[in-house]
Design a protein around this ligand. Sequence first.
Ligand code: DHB
Length: 305
Amino acid sequence: MINLSTEIAGVKLDNPTILAAGVLGNTGEILKRVALSGAGAVTTKSIGLKPRAGHPNPICTDLGNVFLNAMGLPNPGAEAFVEELRIAKEGGAPIINSIFGKDADEFAEVVNILKKAEPDLFELNISCPNVASGTSFGCDPVAAANIVKKVKDVTDIPITVKLTPNTHLLVQVAKAVEEAGADAITAINSVGPGMVIDIESEIPIISNKFGGVSGNAIKPIAVRCVYQIAKTVKIPIIGTGGIYSGADAAEHIIAGASAVGIGTAVKDHYLDVFKKVSSELEEILERKKLKSIGELVGSLKEVKT
Ligand code: DHB
């Protein structure tokens, strides 16, 4: 019997697949449906202090194994989302509540409201590529640590910090958030931003001009980031970026992830993706004669050249 269960900061998951933030996570009912479809945990869309409309359409474009989006962090605001979290819990899987703020104090204010609904984890989105603050927090070890400290001051609920790959200070940011008290790291948020132009009209396809790049093509960047972070910190990592299959998940896990976020692949495999990735992972473990996910976490062999 293969044991697919895993743990992130004391939160137990029946399997390592997690719905990533931003994908289907904007209502309690849909989060519940994703949980019931076999995800080991579900992450909400990032929630801020006040209701926010986001960018006008078009907000995304699908290029096959690359996807661009700039939604502009649309959300109903923290107060309104408390009830959605309560509904989401009926799905039975742990809930990761992604949140954002304009500064460290606002991050803490948002958590202070949403903690009433007792999500299992908060995920601090310090890395949205479509707003200036997201990019700068995620690239600045001091600013990132300050956000973690302010949030830790208002809650005992464990927190994971979602990091951006778009910085040469990745390991410094990872170390700084661990030292500030983060319980886990989610890596990575979308890459870029990127730009796609319609050559006939000569206008950018996305209304915001630029959008975060995701999809299977970013997997090598994500796996490299997970590996570098795992070498730097002791806290667990949720590996996110380009995961469509059990083999993709296994790569993240071998690099050092204890669980995996699945986002863009939902558009191709719908809600079946969670069971698909879990059963493919199970086959991989069986082939390797391993009995649990834990045996694969960070198992990368360093080859001397
Ligand atoms: C948005 C937020 C993100 O964190 C991301 O990676 C991509 C897009 C957004 O809402 O615009």
